[in-house]
Design a protein around this ligand. Structure first.
Ligand SMILES: [Zn+2]
Length: 195
């Protein structure tokens, strides 16, 4: 499959999810089939939010996608290393950074929440707040603003991946992979892929 075909298949999976027409996943059969090797077509970075499980939203089964999850879907060295493994060594054709609406991590960053190690994680999201052009109330209580910041955060993560991973950047420049952003809408269930 080409990167574009992989993106189309992810979109189709999300459509099946939204319409309640998911595949009949035989997880035990998928487990057996993938036991000796895996050929996932995409590597996803998404938020830990319990309402946004990437595989379910994209109607993907065992062995179909690599998954990184961290609050606020921001990259770090270990995630970049995982993505490089997925694309350069294990054949994944697409990197998806999938944020979501009503993200608690984004809200926490806007509200300057502080707690142990969470403070440092939220600091990685904060640049997206300043970058977000928004007329209106710029608070964590304004869901519209929170979602605008979430979109900026996804785009900044895409930029960060390209800048901090020469491996992935070259694969993209060579047309071997695509690095794309997407946002999952809790209301309605759509995963909107950025163009
Ligand atoms: Zn979240």
């Amino acid at each position: 499959m080409t990167p574009d075909e992989v993106i189309e298949s992810l979109k189709s999976g999300n459509l099946r999810f939204r319409e309640g027409k998911m595949k009949q996943h035989d997880y035990l059969a998928q487990k057996r089939a993938s036991q000796k090797g895996q050929y996932p077509s995409a590597v996803i970075l998404s938020c830990i939010d319990s309402r946004a499980p990437a595989e379910i939203l994209l109607d993907a089964g065992i062995g179909e996608t690599f998954n990184n999850r961290v609050a606020g879907n921001v990259q770090n060295e270990d995630i970049l290393g995982s993505m490089e493994f997925a694309c350069a060594l294990a054949g994944a054709k697409v990197v998806v950074v999938m944020g979501h609406t009503s993200c608690g991590a984004v809200k926490g960053a806007i509200a300057n929440a502080e707690l142990g190690n969470l403070t440092g994680l939220l600091n990685k999201i904060k640049p997206a707040i300043a970058e977000t052009v928004y007329e209106g109330e710029r608070t964590a209580d304004n869901y519209d603003f929170v979602d605008a910041v979430a979109r900026t955060n996804i785009k900044m993560t895409l930029t960060g991946i390209r800048q901090q991973s020469p491996v992935l950047n070259k694969l993209e420049q060579d047309g071997k992979i695509k690095i794309v952003g997407a946002i999952y809408k809790l209301d309605g269930g759509e995963v909107e892929f950025f163009s």
